[in-house]
Write a protein that binds this ligand. Structure first.
Ligand code: SF4
Ligand code: SF4
Length: 437
């Protein structure tokens, strides 16, 4: 059921189109039009006056007056295995509360991992594809289980002609040469969590026993970086008030050899430590736009730049995909924790707000469908009247359920910048979008 009244027409007109430079972004369909000055003026007038008929006359769809029917859940094709609910770091902001998700330190056992993989493969038709993500805590603490699970998955998938991709999010401090060769052999996508240059990172991401983690991360990166032709290696920066200078952060991580660096603002944390406040979001937007301008200048000049957020946003705009949710959690992706419980994603382990059944009882598909329906952009009043709804998808479920939506102005500001950047890229480097760049 919707969480509020149906929006009035004027609000719907306001949420129908967003103008960005020479582009008009049609919110409901995610279509992008390039208009001449006269057409842009007419459109701006129609929007300013809330003229629904004028918009309709040029073929613009308004947001639906009522929520769409429940979004059907898709078949689950991706699993996150929380192989280690413990960590060797003690990041103050950790969503997993130090890796254990508010419970005791624990690790997944082999019967649980095997049952999770068996259930996923059994539901996947021959010729299909699945993705397995190894998560923690710090997953490399459970390296033997990961190897056993990969070998088992490969063998099952081979027998059923199913393709499989593996990924891992790690702090990299435990990665050895042997680990890196294993990850390369199985073509892992490896995301390394790292928050900046040594001083910043060590303040935000200390070792559990004390002391900084930066030098250990660098040691673990060396064998990964040496296999960059077989490992898709990227960095993920958690942005807190302590590391808002993103240009400095991106430069520091690029100096470590990363060619793909994504930043993610911290909106929720156990105990609220390190989350961004209202005063921080304008600074965050300025910092992201500065990195985006650097990326644009480099790309328009034919050079590579590692800032991944803009590249991702541009590819999404170009694909024309219209989201109903912010991510694939519960849609085609679930997490399995050490006790064998399913949750909507790796952040909902031990969280009653995102439980989805268990290996023993099976996935609770009825609950999954209700959860997805309630959490779609159509199902949420705030999002139904937002021009960015089909790009944003309503935000991260975990963050929204725990912290509400403090960052919507930031999200819209960033997407407005991305739309302007899209206009420039289509005018000057359209080849970048077909991969020929
Ligand atoms: S979460 Fe905020 S920015 Fe995203 S669609 Fe909803 S209202 Fe818009
Ligand atoms: S709900 Fe949030 S944390 Fe979970 S997969 Fe989606 S975006 Fe990521």
């Amino acid at each position: 059921m919707p969480d509020g009244p149906i929006p009035p027409p004027a609000q719907r007109v306001d949420a129908a189109v967003h103008l960005a430079g020479t582009l008009a972004y049609v919110a409901e369909t995610a279509a992008i039009w390039r208009l001449d000055a006269a057409a842009m003026d007419r459109l701006a007038l129609a929007l300013a006056t809330g003229d629904e008929a004028a918009l309709a006359s040029i073929g613009l769809a308004l947001p639906p007056p009522a929520p769409a029917p429940a979004t059907p859940a898709r078949a689950i094709r991706a699993l996150a295995l929380t192989v280690s609910q413990t960590c060797n770091l003690a990041c103050g902001y950790c969503y997993a509360g130090g890796g254990s998700f508010g419970g005791a330190d624990t690790r997944m056992d082999w019967p649980t991992a095997r049952a999770a993989i068996n259930a996923l493969v059994a539901e996947t038709p021959p010729g299909g594809g699945i993705r397995i993500a190894f998560m923690g805590g710090e997953p490399m603490i459970a390296r033997d289980l990961i190897r056993q699970t990969v070998a088992h998955t490969r063998s099952l998938c081979r027998a059923r002609a199913i393709s499989v991709g593996f990924s891992m999010t790690t702090n990299a401090t435990l990665v050895t040469e042997e680990d890196a060769e294993f990850l390369a052999t199985h073509r892992f996508a490896v995301t390394v969590s790292l928050d900046g240059a040594r001083a910043t990172n060590d303040r935000l991401r200390p070792m559990r026993g004390g002391g900084g983690s930066f030098d250990r991360v660098r040691a673990g990166l060396a064998p990964l970086g040496a296999r960059a032709d077989r490992i898709a290696l990227s960095a993920r920066v958690t942005v807190t008030p302590a590391n808002l200078d993103l240009r400095e952060t991106v430069a520091a991580l690029a100096a470590l050899g990363f060619t793909s660096i994504g930043v993610s603002p911290l909106l929720t944390a156990a105990g609220g430590r390190g989350v961004l406040g209202a005063d921080d979001f304008p600074k965050l937007l300025d910092a992201m736009i500065a990195c985006g301008e650097d990326w644009l200048a480099a790309t328009l000049d034919g050079r590579a730049h590692p800032f991944a957020n803009l590249a991702t946003a541009l590819n999404e705009l170009h694909s024309g995909a219209a989201r109903s949710h912010g991510c694939g959690a519960a849609r085609d992706y679930l997490a399995v924790d050490a006790s064998g419980k399913y949750s909507a994603c790796h952040r909902f382990v031990n969280d009653p707000l995102g439980q989805m059944g268990s290996l023993e009882a099976g996935i609770d598909h009825a609950h999954r469908s209700r959860w997805l329906s309630a959490r779609s952009v159509e199902g949420q009043q705030t999002c139904r009247t937002c021009w960015a709804r089909r790009l944003c998808g309503g935000g991260c479920h975990h963050e929204v359920l725990h912290a509400g939506r403090p960052a919507c102005d930031h999200v819209r500001g960033w997407l407005d910048f991305a739309l302007h950047a899209y206009g420039r890229m289509m005018a000057e480097r359209p080849d970048w979008f077909d991969g020929s760049a």
